[in-house]
Design a protein around this ligand. Sequence first.
Ligand SMILES: Cc1ncc(COP(=O)(O)O)c(C=O)c1O
Length: 400
Amino acid sequence: MAGGQPFLAHRAADLVGSIIDSSTSLLARQTHDIVRFAMGAPSDDLMPVELLDRYAAHAVPGKYSYGATEGEPALVEQIVKLQAAHGITTTTERITVTTGGMQGLDLACKLFIDPGDLVIVEGPTYTNGNATALSYGADLLEAPVDEDGLVVEALPDLIAQAGRTPKSIYTIPNFQNPSGVTQSQGRRERLLELAAEWGSVIIDDDPYGLLRFENNPIPEFSQLDPGNPQVFSVRTFSKILAPGLRIGWVDTDPGLQPLLINAKQAMDTCTSVPTQQIVTAFLAGEHLQPHLDRVRGIYRERKEAMRAALRRHFGDAVRATDPDGGFFLWVTFADKRIDTQALFEIALAEGVAYIPGPAFSVGGNFHDALRLCFATSTPERIDEGVARLARAVDLIGATR
Ligand SMILES: Cc1ncc(COP(=O)(O)O)c(C=O)c1O
């Protein structure tokens, strides 16, 4: 019985918490100095707080009223313009504003997943994506990821072993959370073919795509196959602007929008109107592009600082991914005896926080790996944090 309480619904047993989100509260309770590589959020100093505050103070009619469930029309128009500026053709009928990317994932699962349905997820993947699918009763099938993203070639065999086709495929194509890798164009094309063959929906979760700081963009699923109703795209302003605003959107086949509206009405009626108005004003003021240009350069510098610090303090003892954008590096230890969950407490005592690998795996895999967020610390703090991590690894080695 879930939680030992007879009055709980069966589904309560499938509500998996997020180690990532819990780490926010855990870190808030610490009183000593900690280099924070755990959370995947833009740092406060990189958010355009003054501009957001200025727009928050504006009195716009209807500011404190209920808004349209599908989103404030002015924001929807700005989102269409933003997409067009990045070569993505979409229309207002395809866009539904959501309360962050998480609500987009929840809506996708609510619409497409029945209890017992098979869902392919990346291993490793974003914990809360797994948790959302599990809360709708999905059976998750973890598929491997390499430097070119989800290993799509492996899927037909995995499906043959499972003995059934997936109802949906959850993928994070750009600078994946947690690995930082990007899915190649060839694999995106093959995934579209397989989804067509199996009748599966691709849940295309891309919060980091506009944070590319190296190499050229790879076409999105919607560019490779415009109008494909089996592609459900989840986007958010959390990483490119500010997560506390809780504004995201989904870009889907317009035929789905009435269902999305019904589903969202049973969740929150509408996304916060004041924050939608802040984002609308920020976009209409043409502040996003200069903001992105600025932060991308800083993130590139921080990623390089983190890779250099890993080389300096660990040498060949770890392997790290080399992301072209986003927030995260994935670090794997050469010594397979290292358990990053056991290491966590020692590292925290040493003054550095990260997320252990198993948090990103429904099967509890990747005990010898961890996720580091390079986006929120200066190069000096990154070096200090990696040095502390190396000390923690020495300490755990000494106890063996
Ligand atoms: C891959 C991925 N999807 C979705 C989200 C959720 O975004 P939001 O904070 O807008 O709900 C995150 C946030 O960490 C993420 O990394």
